[in-house]
Write a protein that binds this ligand. Sequence first.
Ligand SMILES: O=C(O)c1nn[nH]c1-c1ccccc1
Ligand SMILES: [Mn+2]
Ligand SMILES: [Mn+2]
Ligand SMILES: [Mn+2]
Length: 333
Amino acid sequence: LDSMVVDADYDGVRLEEEMTTEFITDMMERFKNGKKIHKKYVYQIVIAVQKIVYDEPTMVEMEIEDDATLTVCGDTHGQFFDLMELFRLNGLPTEKHYYLFNGDFVDRGSWSTEIALLLYAYKWLRPSQFFINRGNHETDDMNRVYGFEGECKAKYNDRTFKLFSESFSALPLATLIGKKYLVLHGGLFSDDKITLDDIRALNRHNQRQPGQAGLMMEMLWTDPQTEPGRGPSKRGVGMQFGPDVTRRFCEKNGLSAVIRSHEVRMEGYEEEHDGKCITVFSAPRYCDSTENKGAYINIGPDYKLEFHKFDAVPHPNIKPMAYAQSSLMSATY
Ligand SMILES: O=C(O)c1nn[nH]c1-c1ccccc1
Ligand SMILES: [Mn+2]
Ligand SMILES: [Mn+2]
Ligand SMILES: [Mn+2]
């Protein structure tokens, strides 16, 4: 990277050895105006964050300081302009305003590189006050089909996607908030015996992609159901878990609730399983078609959950999946 030179006439804020709020402010403005950042900076940001998240535990554990707030966001799926609306309503990330993005920040929407670079820039700036869980869309199989790979290659290059792909494999799979809320993208398990220690013990570095079975796959793919017990997945991957499964898991692990994302909710969030399984989804008017609201959850030092809804905002006339590769082109031979 050192040999790469950013031309003297580059019109953006320059990035040196560390991330700065000035760089982030400028990058946000550039993205709002349909501009990009220099590919050298893309590489620097993704490589820096890959190193940071690689060393984080599979389940990150954090507390909310007395004068701080944590906002938990669900799927954003490349809907950059709606994320800007969320930040306008709720405030940008700061040293005292922590954010946790609960996976599926790319694919579907056509500003996935903008969202990924913005979240990564904040992660690099304040690694202990900004958190990112992996979703099932932070995987090669989904990115090949649902637009992120194509968008990386269209806006930047192949190397950009490769670097993002390696960073996705390094992302933590869950975040424990004040020992009360377990936040993960999909949901719970086919095995009642799974505990937080099993999640802590999961070595995510020897399995880059979730595959079709196992703890990592279930954390990224499963969904709640209203019926007690367990049932088959409607997605063909993972399974569904009922209110009794959630209750037993919370009791066994001393949790107040599990907070997950992964599914659209018309009001942007939903408290299910007697309030012990909470879905939060932060992509309003999903794929420009579902008439859902977005939502986010603010949690203060008292660990009370405060739900907020928000509406989609206008965006430039680029359709969802604009960069998705046709299945023929992306097939591997
Ligand atoms: O893209 C989505 O809606 C999504 N978000 N999480 N999982 C999916 C998905 C989409 C298609 C097929 C399987 C999963
Ligand atoms: Mn065990
Ligand atoms: Mn999703
Ligand atoms: Mn998902």
